[in-house]
Design a protein around this ligand. Structure first.
Ligand SMILES: Cc1ncc(COP(=O)(O)O)c(C=O)c1O
Length: 316
């Protein structure tokens, strides 16, 4: 997944010294993929309903802090080019991609979706990861389907797909016996044995997704009327894969969050907080950022609850 996102960003033209917009509420790989390109993540805030990047807050931020010059967006404080935006579909819940597409047009930003968590999630009838110039999926062991490790890039652009395939395999030119490579490239090809596992997993995806929905439905019923917390449901107009089920405290409260985490774990329930916000990690402490109030609140409010749906497999 990380390698897929790295290659996706590289192949759409993210260059060393660029800035790339990413949500601060994400797994660290989203920002690391930007850093692997020699670029700098520029952190933005989240939407309280979808938990994904907030496109309207991004618009406000860019109108105040960036300017277009010769069709390229520049950060007016750092002077650096801002070349792309990486929305992420948090825990499988689709972010507001339609609004982000409008904002990206206004500022001439390339969209590369980090769809690592959202295989099987839809906005209307369109699958997440099909909106941007390209997108990345993760098949890590903890994901809805796995190849043991690895990922994929999705794109509807045949030429870009060809270029990405070439760059994923050391940019080796077809030749009977000579080693001719026409670019500095990567060895990011998935081994066949992992891909074979992926094919078998893919044929079971619908079953996994139905089981996940059944589990989410049980949780939604179970948490109805729970005074101080609510179950996080799929955003309006979308279908989530419910990769990770989540509850949200009605009021951000770090000590209540931690008390619940400790109590749940002491009773054998595998619960986790959301990731530490990326702009607080030591390697990203000095990265550029917008105001991040919603993400700060979400970080203090979210708890991921057990999400394996294996007991519901085969049920409708
Ligand atoms: C949002 C997000 N991006 C990227 C990745 C990276 O995927 P991988 O672990 O397959 O490298 C993950 C998951 O691990 C993720 O959750």
């Amino acid at each position: 997944g990380t390698a897929a996102l790295h290659l996706a960003l590289h192949s759409v033209g993210v260059k060393p010294g660029d800035e790339v917009i990413v949500p601060t509420l994400s797994f660290v790989a989203t920002a690391n993929a930007v850093s692997h390109c020699g670029a700098i993540p520029h952190f933005v805030d989240s939407d309280p309903e979808t938990l994904g990047l907030d496109p309207l807050a991004l618009r406000e931020h860019l109108r105040a802090n960036a300017s277009l010059r010769d069709g390229e967006l520049h950060n007016t404080t750092t002077g650096r080019r801002i070349s792309a935006v990486v929305p992420m579909h948090t825990f499988g819940h689709p972010m507001q991609i339609a609004t982000l597409i409008d904002v990206a047009k206004e500022f001439n930003l390339v969209i590369v979706e980090d769809a690592a968590e959202s295989i099987g999630s839809y906005v209307g009838n369109a699958h997440t990861g099909t909106f941007g110039r390209c997108s990345s999926l993760s098949f890590n062991g903890n994901k809805t389907i796995t190849t043991g490790g690895g990922g994929a890039i999705l794109t509807n652009d045949a030429e870009l797909a060809q270029r990405i395939r070439h760059l994923s395999t050391t940019a080796k030119m077809p030749h009977d016996y000579e080693y001719i490579h026409d670019a500095v490239a990567f060895n990011y090809r998935m081994p066949n044995i992992n891909a074979a596992l992926g094919c078998a997993q893919l044929s079971r995806l619908d079953d996994f997704l139905s089981a996940k929905r059944l589990l989410a439905k049980k949780y939604a019923e179970g948490f109805t009327g729970a005074g101080s917390m609510q179950f996080v449901a799929e955003p309006h107009g979308t279908t989530s894969n419910y990769w990770l089920n989540t509850i949200r405290l009605n009021k951000p409260d770090l000590s209540l969050r931690d008390e619940l985490l400790v109590a749940a774990r002491a009773n054998g329930y595998m619960c986790r907080p959301a990731w530490n916000l990326l702009h607080t990690l030591p390697m990203y402490e000095s990265s550029p950022r917008a105001k991040l109030p919603v993400a700060q609140n979400l970080w203090q409010s979210l708890i991921n609850i057990p999400s394996s749906a294996r007991h519901y497999l085969g049920q409708k």
